[in-house]
Design a protein around this ligand. Structure first.
Ligand code: NAD
Length: 304
């Protein structure tokens, strides 16, 4: 098998992360590395390749039509998908990573490292990881914090769950896409940390409009257009790009499930979830814009 690096899921985050991973791997391998990309929308993969080859002519980047094809060509696979159902599909279903790994000998499978950076349900992630590990391969959950800006700049924080040896193998790869790589513990703990972070973010984005207190939501991703001088927030681009409201709703649901699983009440989280749910149900346009557009929704709910 050739030592390719695969990236599956080339959306708002994945396309920027794959760009940094591939370009830095190229430099570190003196141009000798090969890459594979895969996305449910094949035109997304082709657009990525065209853009990458425009900047790195001569680089070897193939498009895989299935995750199985990608993993069989690679020793490292990074996945960056919307949520739990997509991770299940990419890893467990026919044409997915796990059935492909099962066709390899344990020795061949053992040299495969899977890194999932999706924010998804902790239990789903643990089940998928244990199925991967049963094939002999290695898997870590490595969700990210830092948004599209951090993905583009290569300054993401990765919160990693898995074995200590899996963390050691994944770290140099993650370092090509981010600045801080934090080991959180066993499989699923990177995700638990990420979900807690987004719970605070999701709650504060609503509260910050009528209270004091500095945080990322007020100083960088302020929901009010042009509220922060010299900062380029999604609010200044009509809330385009960034982190979709529908994905924030998904993360509030993940936090609620996690809290329920340990019997912890989550009143602010539930209040925030119901606001994001209202936005997604009532306004499909805002559902796809950055979650800070909840400010616009709340403004229309409470006219002056
Ligand atoms: P996105 O919707 O822009 O991208 C997801 C990509 O996955 C799309 O290109 C889609 O076509 C592809 N995809 C879906 N199903 C697939 C499948 N079965 N096989 C292959 N490809 C498939 O989402 P995003 O904003 O890039 O977010 C990705 C993940 O990162 C989410 O879990 C999100 O919660 C998390 N996240 C996002 C941000 C942000 O600011 N956008 C920040 C931190 C974490």
């Amino acid at each position: 098998r050739q030592k390719s690096v695969s990236f599956i899921g080339l959306g708002r985050m994945g396309s920027e992360m794959a760009h940094n991973l591939f370009s830095r791997t190229l430099v570190e391998s003196n141009g000798g590395a090969r890459f594979v990309v895969c996305d449910a929308r094949e035109e997304t993969s082709h657009a990525f390749v065209k853009n990458f080859l425009g900047q790195f002519p001569g680089a070897q980047v193939d498009v895989a039509t299935t995750p199985a094809e990608a993993v069989l060509a690679s020793q490292t696979v990074v996945t960056m998908l919307p949520s739990s159902p997509h991770v299940r599909s990419v890893y467990s279903e026919s044409g997915g990573i796990i059935p492909a790994l099962r066709t390899l000998t344990q020795d061949a499978s053992r040299s495969t490292l899977c890194i999932d950076s999706t924010t998804l349900d902790v239990e789903v992630a643990r089940t998928v990881a244990s199925d991967v590990v049963r094939t002999g391969a290695i898997m870590v959950d490595a969700p990210v914090s830092g948004g599209v800006t951090g993905a583009k700049a290569g300054t993401l924080s990765f919160l990693v769950g898995g074995t200590a040896s899996g963390f050691d193998l994944a770290s140099p790869i993650l370092a090509r896409m981010g600045k801080k790589i934090i080991y959180c513990g066993e499989s699923g703990t990177g995700l638990a940390a990420k979900i807690c972070n987004n719970l605070i973010l999701g709650v504060l984005a609503g509260v910050i409009n009528c209270s004091t207190g500095a945080c990322w939501s007020s100083s960088v991703n302020n929901p009010v257009p042009f509220a922060v001088p010299d900062k380029s927030s999604p609010a200044e681009r009509d809330y385009e790009g960034g982190f979709a409201t529908s994905l924030m709703l998904k993360d509030m649901g993940l936090a609620k499930d996690l809290a329920e699983s340990i019997g912890s009440p989550l009143p602010l989280g539930e209040a925030a979830e119901s606001i994001y749910a209202d936005v997604v149900r009532e306004d499909p346009e805002l559902a796809n814009k950055d979650f800070s557009s909840v400010y616009r929704y709340l403004g229309s709910e409470f006219p002056k």
